[in-house]
Design a protein around this ligand. Structure first.
Ligand SMILES: Cc1cc2nc3c(=O)[nH]c(=O)nc-3n(C[C@H](O)[C@H](O)[C@H](O)COP(=O)(O)OP(=O)(O)OC[C@H]3O[C@@H](n4cnc5c(N)ncnc54)[C@H](O)[C@@H]3O)c2cc1C
Length: 424
């Protein structure tokens, strides 16, 4: 009987268990996860903070998922080291697990830039349920908060705090928010929605010091910006970014770049060790190289591929594409593939700006390689399909920018193919 050990118990691990069980109903699967609970949706922790969803709603799969798939779960256990020769994983409690196949699905940890005073009470990150529960305890004494970083996690934290009646300032180093996802014009729509909800935006600056409070220097009382201005606040959320948790892989001697390097089968440089999710640098569909993606659906997909291959299958990872479907401060956004910041002469960029909306399509040799829709996102699935199939859209350029772009605009040949695929 094959012994599988999975380190991490989130999206990647769930996918892997699904992949293994398809081919191997009897193998012994052990999941080691330092978090003390069933897998939950990390993207929904903001909603959990402001009470839009409760703990039940946050669970990603049913809490019985492990039981239903005959998985032994070691909750609250951390894997400390891997011995590739003996094929063992050592846990923090001293327990040693033997494996035939090992999966690393350890995700990311927050990157926290060094700031003076960051050890003060009231300074938090925002990536897991523990962060949210600790921020919740601060709420009765929090009127003003500073969020450092205006990316996806920072904007999500800001929205949750605003919904709780906290006055929020977002400090972003670059010139606009969500800059890894959106260009300046698209971001402006989200920024104005945030400002209309009272969020103050400070662009082009960072925080260099966390100040103490008058009468209690141990608690957060404000911040000093890189330009020397001071902002008073009761809470600081650091949301500058995340980095892959590659420490175990490095210790084991696996090949690691920014993330753990894996091939198209999600296999690492050691034959019996696989990896998936936010911790890997895996094949990228559009660019053709390899890249780290922090995307829930790709973590699960990579897990399914890894799991199937660990169980003796031969399944190829189709490749990742940057892909976000979000709704911040009431503004729906879909951003897929290459964005404007990656475009050069080889790309043609079509844009259309409405009073409150924005559409951008990035083409290479008349094929869609990326698109951004801000409001009016209904055709996202259709455009994604054109991108996925690398359909020649030279006859459709005007239509692609129209908010009414629909199935009916597609050439008959493409319509037929799309329908056949949907029925297959
Ligand atoms: C606030 C927030 C919002 C997000 N919003 C979106 C979104 O809108 N859309 C989207 O697609 N993605 C979003 N993401 C990203 C998404 O959550 C990740 O892509 C996904 O969770 C990755 O899954 P994973 O299994 O690779 O890793 P993770 O979910 O990071 O899980 C890794 C697990 O492994 C555990 N672990 C690590 N090391 C060890 C060890 N040594 N021993 C035991 N356990 C260990 C960790 O504690 C953790 O529980 C968001 C993330 C955050 C934080």
């Amino acid at each position: 009987m094959t012994r599988y050990v999975i380190v991490g118990g989130s999206a990647g691990a769930i996918g892997a268990v699904e992949g293994i069980r398809k081919l191997d109903p009897a193998g012994e699967i052990t999941v080691v996860t330092e978090e003390p609970m069933a897998p939950y949706s990390r993207p929904a922790i903001g909603e959990y903070l402001y009470g839009r969803t409760n703990l039940e709603g946050l669970y990603f799969s049913s809490p019985e998922f492990w039981l239903e798939h005959s998985v032994r779960v070691l909750l609250g256990s951390r894997a400390m080291s891997i011995d590739l020769k003996d094929k063992t994983v050592k846990l923090d409690g001293g327990q040693v697990l033997g494996f035939d196949k090992l999966l690393l699905a350890t995700g990311t940890r927050p990157f926290i830039p060094k700031m003076e005073g960051m050890d003060r009470e009231g300074f938090y990150t925002f990536t897991n349920i523990d962060d949210v529960q600790r921020i919740r305890q601060e709420l009765p004494r929090t009127e003003r908060a500073v969020v450092i970083g205006g990316g996806l996690i920072g904007v999500e934290a800001a929205e949750a705090l605003v919904n709780l009646g906290v006055g929020v300032t977002v400090v972003e180093l670059r010139g606009w928010l969500l800059n890894l996802l959106l260009d300046r014009e698209a971001a402006r729509i989200v920024e104005s929605a945030m400002e209309s909800r009272g969020v103050r935006l400070v662009m082009g600056q960072s925080v260099k010091e966390i100040l103490g409070r008058e009468g209690n220097d141990r608690r957060v009382g404000g911040v000093v910006l890189s330009g020397d201005a001071r902002l008073e606040c009761d809470l600081v959320v650091s949301a500058v970014g995340v980095i892959p948790r590659t420490d175990l892989a490095v210790q084991a001697g696996l090949k690691v770049n920014r993330g753990i390097l894996v091939d198209r089968f999600m296999q690492t440089s050691a034959p019996s060790v696989y990896a998936c999710g936010d911790v890997v640098e895996a094949y990228e569909l559009i660019g053709g190289g390899s890249r780290v993606f922090a995307i829930w659906s790709l973590a699960r997909l990579g897990g399914r591929v890894a799991g199937a291959n660990m169980a003796g299958g031969r399944v190829e990872y189709p490749g990742g594409v940057a892909m976000s479907a979000l709704r911040y401060f009431g503004v729906p956004i879909v951003s897929v593939g290459l964005d404007a910041q990656e475009t050069t002469k080889e790309f043609e960029v079509l844009t259309k700006r409405g009073s409150e909306s924005y559409r951008k399509i990035v083409l290479r040799e008349n094929r869609v390689v990326g698109f951004t829709l801000v409001r009016g996102i209904e055709a996202a699935g259709l455009i994604y399909n054109l991108m996925r199939t690398q359909t020649d859209v030279s006859g459709l350029k005007g239509e692609l920018l129209s908010p009414d772009f629909s199935f009916a605009h597609l050439p008959e040949k493409v319509r037929k193919r799309t329908l056949m695929e949907a029925w297959a």
